[in-house]
Design a protein around this ligand. Structure first.
Ligand SMILES: Nc1ncnc2c1ncn2[C@@H]1O[C@H](COP(=O)(O)OP(=O)(O)OP(=O)(O)O)[C@@H](O)[C@H]1O
Length: 337
């Protein structure tokens, strides 16, 4: 068995030029994702999650730059030609975005949108593509697939459109699915159904998934590992079980107390973390959470704090982490549910 991760991100920086100055949206992020593994990326709005996902895919906004290394199946993604990128997008790596209304073409029937990629990338015939499309719609829980294939996107509900988007993403049997806030535009019950579907499909297909959300509970029960992002940097990375049961970074700890969840029947009152994200144009020198952290010390503000290992799979970038009592980590995948 190969020990090489499916995706390896090293010292990734993604900066965006704006009239006010350079936004340091992603600032020295390193992480790995193994085949068949689900990795959650969480953090407040503006912490850099989407820019990171897009930088990995090479989808950068105008007047921006990337540096670092992104290796996927041993290939350097940052140096691909446009043609090579098109071969990988939608084929080996697929993305599902927040708003299926904007990602689907409103004037093209579902069947064509679903079969176009597989005909191009997999070279299957029209009738085979049709059969595959029916199976895919069935897999993602779309009832009466034959009829749905003839629909235009506006003839379906938001939840149904998101299922179709997922079917499109799965059509070429990707090795990695990046789902960026895939359910935010949907109502709470449908959100839960789609998220559970994502996890089921990811496991059934043994596909890797990067699930991006500002809601910790969304990723808690549906990922194997989690990376907590704050102001363009990683605060904490590790097995989902450890990070949720025994968060060590002061930010993760605060975030866990502050998150209302779609997985709770009734949203508890939001306990906000006091303060806000730093200006991404001139973030603090040291730990970027230090200005909001009640445990900050002098050492936190002088130089960037690097991730340090606190266990087999638990890295934390904090000089004064939360002390975890021995044996406090429990088992199971029921977090946040
Ligand atoms: N096209 C752009 N031009 C200028 N700044 C941008 C652009 N896209 C993102 N940013 C800035 O980059 C930083 C990171 O944004 P990003 O969208 O990655 O955050 P996020 O964690 O995904 O938040 P959200 O959950 O709201 O999508 C933010 O400060 C954001 O304002």
């Amino acid at each position: 068995m190969s020990t090489q991760p499916l995706l390896e991100v090293r010292n990734l920086r993604a900066y965006i030029g704006t009239p006010r100055g350079t936004v340091r949206a992603v600032d020295d992020v390193s992480l790995t994702l193994d085949s068949g593994q689900a990795l959650g990326i969480v953090g407040e709005s503006g912490s850099g999650k989407s820019v990171m996902a897009r930088a990995i895919m090479g989808l950068m906004p105008p007047r921006s730059g990337r540096s670092g290394e992104v290796t996927f199946q041993g290939r350097d993604l940052l140096s691909l030609s446009k043609k090579e990128k098109l071969e990988i997008w939608g084929n080996q790596i697929a993305m599902v975005f927040q708003d299926p209304g904007r990602s689907l073409n409103p004037v093209v029937r579902v069947e064509r949108q679903l079969t176009e990629g597989m005909r191009r990338h997999l070279g299957v015939s029209k009738s085979e593509a049709h059969d595959r499309a029916l199976k895919l719609l069935d897999e993602v829980g779309v009832p009466d697939p034959e009829r749905r294939l003839r629909n235009y996107p506006h003839e379906m509900s938001g939840g149904m459109r998101q299922r179709v988007m997922l079917a499109i993403a799965l059509a070429c049997e990707p090795d990695l699915l990046i789902a960026d806030e895939p359910t935010t535009a949907l109502d709470v019950t449908v959100q839960r159904q789609i998220l559970d579907l994502l996890r089921r499909v990811q496991r059934d297909r043994n596909m890797a998934m990067m699930l991006i959300s500002h809601d910790l509970a969304v990723v808690a029960g549906r990922t194997d590992r989690v990376a907590v992002m704050y102001s363009g940097r990683l605060a904490e990375v590790g097995s989902t079980r450890e990070v949720f049961d025994a968060p060590m970074h002061r930010y993760t700890h605060a975030l866990l107390g502050a998150t209302p969840s779609i997985d709770h029947e009734r949203h508890s009152p939001l306990r906000l973390i006091e303060g806000s994200l730093p200006d991404p144009i001139s973030p603090p020198e040291g730990c970027r959470f230090a200005p909001r952290c009640s445990h900050a010390e002098d050492a936190c503000t002088s130089a960037p704090i690097e991730l340090e290992s606190f266990g087999v799979d638990h890295d934390v970038a904090c000089t004064n982490p939360v002390k975890v009592p021995a044996g406090s980590v429990s088992g199971g995948e029921s977090h946040g549910r």
